[in-house]
Design a protein around this ligand. Structure first.
Ligand code: ADP
Length: 510
């Protein structure tokens, strides 16, 4: 009785343990994130878990009873089936069983994907069955490929850049160097790895590098600098350097990356440009002084010649013969023209040398003064000079006055039969003012629009329109000094408009 009870109890325990085990297996099988497929010894699918359903986009009831080989891409299908067969024949010898292999699979919708596969035999009644464990590694493979690709790109960039790139550990030992750096220090990579700056450079330079590197590691910040070093042959080298800390996966600084390029050519070119600019500046100053002194010193003797020629003319006109009268006329007008030239040249040279600090200038007042000064010319030509609203701007009062006077005077001068009308207006822009001086005169052919601002350039004879060809050159210099621009818009026979800009905050004040 007792023995019977014990046997029953054992059986019950066994059944309970079996149930528990079945329950556990079932739970693992159904909640597994990876596909688990059970196949018969001929390769027919017997179980297909929900992860397999999701992965293969195929319902369990459609999969069961079909050959498992169809789950694989045709390129590996035969291999899979052969292995199942070999396993059945040899009991595992030479099959895929017991190894993790990479296979290509097919979803029901035709999409390909990559898996890692493990086969596990399970005894089932008298026939063996196999469990296929699969893991979709497509994304991981893609990421690996992308990583490899970017590593290749990085390597080829670093190798082919015209920059020196190298890495050092915290002890200053080289851990990497690109081709440019190896060429520069004339050592192959394998002879550089493990070496330090002290093996390559003079002690004081190596010490400087070492302290810069330490600063990068300690502050965990990049540094950027331009260094000048003397090469052993005595030539000066300039390099642009960027040092950046390198971190490990836990953000610990494990070394530095150094990137540098030789900018000696650029620095030398910049020095040459600066030198030339300084020379140019000097020669400009000398030229201006020359123009100023020459015109200034010429003025006094010329005034004498002109004065005496005029006396001669007043005293002796008509008392000598007609040829002498004509000669006297020529001398007087020649001397006057020369005086005018010298006065204008002086004005030109004074744009820079006699400039005054900028101050608020009421252009309306400047206009009124100019109109007063030009009253005789205006009346002679039976013309009129008018204006719109004019602003107060920042500038050199005397120069702005001269600028407006020159432009208005030209507007009064260059006209045909119709009486000259000159109108001055101002327009506001985001950055300052644009002033326009418009006339109804003879106009200027487009091909001369730039040339007329050159000094001494005139489009007419002195007889037709007297002048020296300096006025517009003076105007352009004044506008340039105020940081603006001067130009003309005109058509022959349709008048001209001269525009100049005056920026709000002039940076060209000298
Ligand atoms: P100048 O008036 O003494 O000749 P400028 O430098 O003032 O010298 O002018 C250069 C040339 O530009 C003039 O000779 C003339 O041909 C042309 N010019 C200047 N202003 C005008 C204008 N308002 N209309 C037509 N032509 C002009």
């Amino acid at each position: 009785m007792n023995g019977f009870n014990t046997k029953d109890a054992d059986r019950e325990q066994l059944v309970a343990a079996l149930r528990a085990s079945e329950f556990h297996v079932g739970a693992i099988y159904s909640v597994s994130l990876d596909p688990i497929i059970v196949i018969d010894n001929d390769g027919t699918i017997r179980e297909f878990n929900s992860a397999a359903e999701r992965t293969f986009v195929c319902r369990r009831d459609k999969a069961i009873g079909t050959p498992a080989a169809q789950l694989f891409h045709h390129s590996v299908r035969e291999r899979f089936q052969k292995n199942v067969d070999v396993y059945q024949e040899t009991g595992g010898e030479g099959s895929l069983v017991g190894r993790v292999v990479e296979m290509r699979c097919l979803r029901k919708n035709g999409e390909r994907f990559i898996v890692e596969m493990a086969l596990q035999p399970i005894p089932f009644e008298d026939v063996g069955r196999l469990v296929i464990f699969l893991r979709d590694v497509t994304e991981r493979k893609r990421a690996e490929l992308a990583l490899k690709d970017s590593q290749r790109l990085y390597a080829s960039l670093v190798e082919n850049l015209p920059l020196c790139v190298m890495r050092k550990d915290r002890e200053g030992r080289f851990t990497f160097a690109n081709r440019a750096f190896c060429e520069l220090v004339k050592r192959p990579l394998e002879k550089l790895i493990g070496k330090t700056d002290f093996d390559l450079y003079p002690r004081d330079l190596a010490e400087k590098y070492r302290s810069d590197d330490a600063q990068v590691c300690e502050t965990n910040r990049s540094i950027e600098s331009t260094e000048s070093n003397l090469a052993p042959d005595g030539t000066e080298h300039h390099v642009y350097v960027v040092k950046t800390p390198i971190h490990d996966a836990f953000d610990k600084t494990i070394g530095i990356q150094v990137l540098f390029m030789d900018i000696s050519d650029r620095v030398r070119a910049e020095q040459a440009v600066r030198h030339t600019a300084a020379e140019l500046e000097q020669s400009n100053i000398e030229l201006q002084q020359f123009a100023y002194i020459a015109s200034h010193d010429l003025r006094a003797p010329l005034r004498g010649i002109s004065g005496f020629a005029q006396f001669l003319q007043q005293e002796y006109q008509g008392k000598l013969d007609s040829t002498a009268d004509e000669y006297l006329d020529q001398i007087v007008s020649g001397a006057q023209r020369m005086q005018q030239l010298i006065t204008d040249l002086l004005a030109y040279s004074r744009v820079e040398s006699r400039s005054r600090p900028f101050a608020p200038v009421d252009l309306a007042e400047v206009f009124d003064d100019a109109v007063d000064l030009l009253r005789a010319e205006t009346e002679d030509a039976r013309g009129a000079v008018t204006r719109g609203e004019l602003p107060t701007v920042l500038g050199d009062p005397a120069q702005l006055s001269q600028l407006l006077q020159n432009l208005i005077s030209n507007g009064l001068k260059y006209h045909d039969d119709a009486p000259p009308l000159v109108h001055v207006t101002a327009e506001r822009s985001d950055s300052g003012w644009t002033i326009a001086v418009r006339d109804n005169g003879i106009g200027i052919d487009a091909k001369h629009h730039e040339r007329i601002f050159e000094i001494f350039l005139r489009l007419h004879t002195n007889e037709k329109y007297p002048g020296t060809g300096i006025g517009l050159a003076v105007c352009r210099r004044i506008v340039l000094r105020h940081g603006g621009r001067l130009w003309v818009e005109s058509q022959v026979g349709h008048g001209s408009t001269f525009y100049f800009t005056l920026p709000d905050r002039s940076s060209s004040q000298s």
